[in-house]
Design a binder for this molecule. Sequence first.
Ligand code: FES
Length: 158
Amino acid sequence: GQKQSATEEPEEIDEGAVLVAKVEDFKTSKKLRTTVNDREIVVFHHLGKHHALDLRCYHSGGPLHLGEIEDIDGRACVICPWHKFKIVLESGEGLYQGVDPREPKRTKKWFSKGVKQRTHKVTVRNGGVYVTLSDTSTMWCDSDTYAKEKFIDQPCPD
Ligand code: FES
């Protein structure tokens, strides 16, 4: 068989890391919906890497665990099923397509709006997948709006 190119085997697990799944859970589904310390999270397994993000889209709270993964300009993105916003798995950046007015040909290109969706650290150890929530006090992310308690009480449509 083929050799797995990307391996994740970090040394240590953070103190606040929470076990959310086993590595083998991603054999049947490439995404997993979970809750870490009352925060709704989606974990994607894409091209040998795990990515954890806030579950509800920064735009209007759409269910990202129901989104498809697409390659946009060489970056793996989840496409929100509600209004098709594109979010980079690795960074949580929102991408949009536009025209650079300085460019004479006016071809459409992809631009970043900056980090919009909060990402969380994933650690894989001994067959377990752990998520460490990122520190919400150091930086605001638009997705924080939908990660609050009042939204948690509402079932995510799926
Ligand atoms: Fe995700 Fe609108 S809620 S694109």
